[in-house]
Design a protein around this ligand. Structure first.
Ligand SMILES: C[S@@+](CC[C@H](N)C(=O)[O-])C[C@H]1O[C@@H](n2cnc3c(N)ncnc32)[C@H](O)[C@@H]1O
Length: 271
C-alpha cells in the first residue's frame, strides 16, 4: 500500500500500518462484528526503525471500548501514538491529547498527527508524575477526559536483560514510574463517569489491580489476548483492563478472551 505523503518518515524511521491483520491475522476483528475498521487508519504512523514500536495487542482497543463515542481521549505515555489515534478515530472523539516523556517520540508523533487532520490532536512532552504536567494536560483538555488509554511499562527497572536502546528500555521498564503512577495520573485526568483502559502483561495483572484499588479505581471489565506460542496456547498473554473512578470492591462484570483466535475456542464464561 502506498504511504500517505503527509507521513514524512526519515531514513531511520518506518511507517507502520495500523490494521487488524497484525493481530491473529485479523480474523478476530471480523468476528467481533463491531463495524468497519476506521479507514483513516490505513495511513499508519511513523516509528523508529530501531526502537520501540507498538505491539499488535494495541489493536484490540476497539473491542475493549465497544461501539460507543466520546468527546475526548487522553493517551498517557503515547509513544508513537497508536492508542491515541485508534481511540480518537474509533470513538469519533473531536479532541485527543497525548503525553509522552521521550522528546524524540513526541517530535515523531507530532509529524504523524499531520496526517490526521480530522482529529484535533496534541502531544505534550512531560512526566506524568509531575503535577504541573497534569495541570497542563487538564488545561489543554478543558475538562477531564472521557476516555484515558495507557500502555504502561510492566518490568521493574533493571529486570532481565533490558535493552541498551533507550527508546525500547524506557518503554518496557518502569524507569520513570510504574503502572501505579500511570493509574494515579489517569485518575487525576479522567472524568467522574469516564473510562480508563489499560493494556498490560497478563502475568502482572494482580499488580495492576492492586495499584488500581489503592488509587480508588473500580474494576469494570477485562479482555485478554491469548498467547500465540504453541506451548502457551489458551493462556492469557496481554490483557485490556477497564477501570473507572470510584472505590473498588465491585464484582467482576466481564472476562472475555478475544474472539476468533485459534486458541480461544473455549473461553471462561462471564461471571
Ligand atoms: C510500553 S510504551 C507504550 C507506548 C505506546 N503507548 C504504545 O502503546 O505503543 C510506554 C510509554 O510510556 C512512556 N513513559 C514512561 N514513563 C513515563 C512518564 N513518567 N511520563 C510520561 N510518559 C512515560 C514511555 O516513554 C513509552 O513511550
Amino acid at each position: 500500500m502506498p504511504t500517505d505523503p503527509r507521513l514524512d518518515a526519515l531514513p531511520d524511521e518506518v511507517v507502520s500500518p495500523i490494521t487488524p491483520a497484525m493481530l491473529a491475522g485479523g480474523r478476530w476483528w471480523h468476528e467481533a462484528a463491531l463495524g468497519p475498521w476506521p479507514a483513516a487508519l490505513d495511513r499508519g504512523l511513523i516509528e523508529p526503525r530501531r526502537g520501540y514500536r507498538f505491539r499488535p495487542e494495541n489493536l484490540a482497543l476497539p473491542l475493549a471500548l465497544g461501539p460507543t463515542r466520546a468527546r475526548s481521549v487522553l493517551d498517557l505515555g503515547a509513544g508513537s501514538g497508536s492508542l491515541m489515534i485508534l481511540a480518537a478515530l474509533w470513538l469519533k472523539a473531536p479532541l485527543a491529547l497525548g503525553l509522552e516523556l521521550q522528546p524524540e517520540a513526541v517530535e515523531r508523533l507530532r509529524r504523524t498527527l499531520r496526517a490526521y487532520p480530522e482529529i484535533d490532536a496534541r502531544v505534550v512532552q512531560g512526566d506524568l508524575r509531575d503535577p504541573g504536567c497534569l495541570r497542563q494536560l487538564l488545561d489543554a483538555l478543558g475538562e477531564p477526559a472521557d476516555v484515558v488509554v495507557a500502555n504502561p511499562p510492566f518490568f521493574q527497572p533493571g529486570w532481565g536483560r533490558s535493552s541498551r536502546n533507550d527508546s525500547v528500555r524506557l518503554s518496557t521498564h518502569a524507569e520513570h514510574g510504574d503502572c501505579g503512577d500511570f493509574l494515579a495520573a489517569a485518575r487525576a485526568a479522567c472524568a467522574p463517569e469516564g473510562r480508563i483502559l489499560v493494556v498490560f502483561d497478563a502475568d502482572h495483572l494482580a499488580v495492576l489491580l492492586a495499584r488500581a484499588g489503592e488509587r480508588d479505581l473500580r474494576f469494570v471489565g477485562l479482555r485478554w489476548i491469548p498467547d500465540q506460542r504453541p506451548g502457551k496456547a489458551r493462556q492469557p498473554f496481554r490483557v485490556w483492563v477497564e477501570l473507572t473512578p470510584g472505590p473498588g470492591g465491585a464484582p467482576l462484570r466481564r472476562i472475555d478472551a478475544l474472539p476468533d483466535h485459534p486458541h480461544a475456542d473455549s473461553p471462561p464464561s462471564s461471571t
